[in-house]
Write a protein that binds this ligand. Structure first.
Ligand code: FAD
Length: 508
């Protein structure tokens, strides 16, 4: 309970930047975890409601806020873009949500030492935009820069959220995950002090969901962007076969010399390739929408049809490959680069065809690249209003058990929901299998029960088959029970020592 006096103090300090209308409190108490939509529909009022929202203008105000929160014993829940999909930014026991959106400035770009300092609430696309501007400091360089982190949610997520969820961008096999990209953090600790965190200490913040402090500024690496890129796409006959050759694909991606190109690959099973995969033209029709609503009532039937269509070659798994020159490409001549990339493309064509893949040109891979930030969340919301749930599930899978995890999750869930999957983020002998489930009950209550069942069955099946939960979506309320099971209690004991009871409590 926040006392009237404490509330008044907050209002006096933040004025218009303190909000406590029911609409604001509801908006800032949810992220994009689908379960919250079910809860919102059946619970009035919503049970995980914040007591208020403040929008600090800078680090000084966050320091004041933390001291106020400690004095009054009020939880603080930092919130970046609110694009998390696991309920990590939900105020479980009330408290004040810190809307970080005004901490959106760029503090400096150092092209010589290749880093950028940004405030933690800036949206990712604004960072990329700043890195593409020609300034007196970089006009002599012939290329643009990137921070190398490109989640599909780039335009709706922030560095604070990336660090707190341990996010991974679509080019993680080139630049690494967010852990590889952050050089230093400025944060406010529970005493309200400003801290500069570097090196090994950074682990106090990765995947900690804001429970160890409020991140206020972030120093990130930047990289020159090569103007060259090469795209390849391959079709296969059978999804399981395609999943089974990932180890061979990973060997093709290995770099032995500094001049070796980097590769990004994505492998879609046949149903995911047909439904979510890259397209050269958007072929979705009204008939397809109607068929979807009808077929989702009979998921087993739809999964069987998909298997039959795959057997007849009507839908096929798809492997897309992007080849990019080494990060210090400027040391090579254009001719050297094009030879290196052509050689890598040749190796892919040669090896993948020996594993039964058919080269189908570059268009589909290019279509993936061009549409990589096209957000699909609006479709999820639209379908939810029509009584259909669409949920995703990201797993970290050692390359040795890709087929086991893929098969186990499909078998566990295909009796009650439609299951699609793609595989990406091949780094250090692991990858991410990203499942999408869709289902529909006869009414909202039944749909929610089905949703819970699918999430539970898939998580258990994945862990039993050797996967870790999660890959890049963070833990949050959605995964906390399974994460304990997957990581063991030691990880939680270790993280416990970094946490403060005041910051985003009752999460990890
Ligand atoms: C359509 C869509 C596509 C997506 N694609 C990807 C993808 O490709 N890769 C990927 O990794 N994720 C993806 N996500 C998930 C999501 O974008 C990431 O989890 C992202 O890192 C969340 O950032 P955010 O700023 O929105 O954080 P929020 O959702 O606001 O918060 C997430 C967590 O971070 C904490 N937090 C936020 N800011 C701070 C801060 N300043 N200090 C301390 N803690 C803080 C919050 O308390 C919370 O625990 C996607 C989501 C959607 C909806």
């Amino acid at each position: 309970m926040i006392t009237i006096g404490a509330f008044q103090e907050l209002k006096n300090k933040f004025g218009q930047r303190f909000k406590d209308s029911p609409a604001d409190k509801l908006t800032f108490s949810k992220d994009k975890w689908l379960k919250l939509k079910f809860i919102e529909k059946r619970e009035k009022p919503f049970s995980h409601l914040a007591d208020g929202v403040v929008e600090p203008a800078g680090t000084d105000e966050i320091q004041w806020l933390v001291q106020w929160a400690v004095k009054n014993n009020v939880p603080l829940i930092p919130r970046g873009g609110g694009s998390g999909v696991c309920g990590a930014a939900v105020p479980v026991n009330g408290g004040i949500v810190i809307d970080m959106s005004s901490l959106n400035r760029i503090w400096g770009i150092n092209y010589a030492d290749e880093y950028i300092w940004v405030e933690s609430g800036i949206m990712g696309n604004q960072i990329e935009k700043a890195l593409q501007v020609i300034t007196p400091e970089n006009f002599y360089l012939n290329y643009q820069y990137t921070c190398g982190h490109s989640p599909a949610s780039l335009s709706i997520s922030t560095p604070g959220g990336w660090i707190a969820t341990r996010s991974a961008g679509q080019f993680s096999s080139i630049y690494g995950t967010i852990e590889d990209l952050v050089l230093a953090i400025e944060a406010v600790n529970e005493k309200g002090e400003r801290e500069l965190i570097k090196g090994d200490d950074l682990k106090r913040f990765f995947r900690m969901e804001g429970s160890s402090g409020i991140i206020t500024k972030v120093k990130m690496r930047i990289f020159p962007v090569s103007p060259f890129r090469q795209f390849l796409a391959f079709r296969f006959d059978d999804s399981k076969w395609a999943m089974g050759i990932v180890k061979a694909v990973s060997l093709l991606m290995e770099r032995h010399e500094n001049t070796d190109p980097h590769c990004v690959v994505r492998l879609y099973d046949s149903l995911d390739a047909a439904v979510n995969g890259p397209r050269i033209r958007d072929r979705r029709t009204k008939k397809a929408n109607l068929a979807e609503r009808f077929l989702l009532k009979y998921p087993t039937f739809l999964n069987k049809i998909a298997a039959k269509l795959e057997k007849k070659g009507k839908i096929q798994p798809l492997l897309v490959v992007m080849i990019q020159p080494p990060l210090d490409f400027y040391r090579c001549t254009n001719e050297q680069l094009s030879n290196l990339m052509a050689e890598k493309a040749f190796q892919f064509k040669d090896i993948i065809s020996s594993f039964g893949g058919t080269f189908v040109g570059s268009d589909l891979a290019e279509a993936w690249y061009n549409n990589r930030f096209k957000l699909t969340y609006e479709n999820v919301e639209r379908r939810f209003e029509k009584g259909i749930f669409v949920e995703t599930f990201d797993t970290t899978v050692p390359l040795d058990c890709v087929l086991e995890v893929y098969t186990a999750v499909k078998n566990a869930v295909s009796g009650c929901a439609v299951v699609l999957a793609h595989l990406s983020h091949i780094i250090n002998e692991t990858c991410c299998i990203y499942f999408t489930f869709a289902g529909k009950g006869r009414n909202l209550q039944e749909t929610e029960l089905l949703y819970d069942k699918v999430c539970d069955k898939s998580a258990r099946a994945a862990i039993d088959a050797g996967a870790f939960i999660t890959h890049h979506h963070g833990i949050g309320l959605k995964n906390i029970g399974y994460a304990r099971y997957a990581y063991g209690s030691e990880w939680f004991m270790e993280t416990r020592e970094f946490q403060s009871d005041i910051f985003n409590p009752k999460k990890l």
